[in-house]
Design a protein around this ligand. Structure first.
Ligand SMILES: [Zn+2]
Length: 116
């Protein structure tokens, strides 16, 4: 997924929420973004600043966390966390099985926002 489209989707959701709640200004937004995404935090913020100009979200600070990457073992069905660098070279920590598959997760989650 492209940086700009993710940031656009986040902004759209935030603005919708702001409109419903009669928000004057959004101060900060707490986000969780997939570890699989190659989005750099500072780029997300830069895109966001660019896209949110002239909206109530202009100048909002993005607080970005990474969502853990989950995989499930096909041998014992246990789930565990992994790092993007380990994909393709994964071994189940409980049974040693090499057939482990990524559990599909969300691209991003908007956790919270601070507004006035
Ligand atoms: Zn296993």
């Amino acid at each position: 997924m492209h940086e700009l489209s993710v940031t656009e989707a986040i902004l759209k959701t935030v603005l919708k929420h702001a409109a419903v709640n009669s928000v004057h200004k959004i101060l900060s937004i707490s986000l969780q973004i997939s570890k699989l995404s190659d989005l750099e935090d500072n780029w997300i913020q830069r895109y966001f600043d660019y896209l949110s100009k002239d909206t109530v979200a202009a100048g909002a600070l993005l607080k970005i966390e990474r969502l853990p990457l989950l995989v499930r073992c096909e041998g014992c069905a246990k789930s565990f966390e992994t790092e993007p660098a380990d994909i393709g070279n994964m071994v189940c920590p409980s049974c040693g099985e090499k057939k482990v598959a990524l559990v599909p997760g969300k691209q991003y989650i908007i956790k919270n926002m601070e507004a006035v």
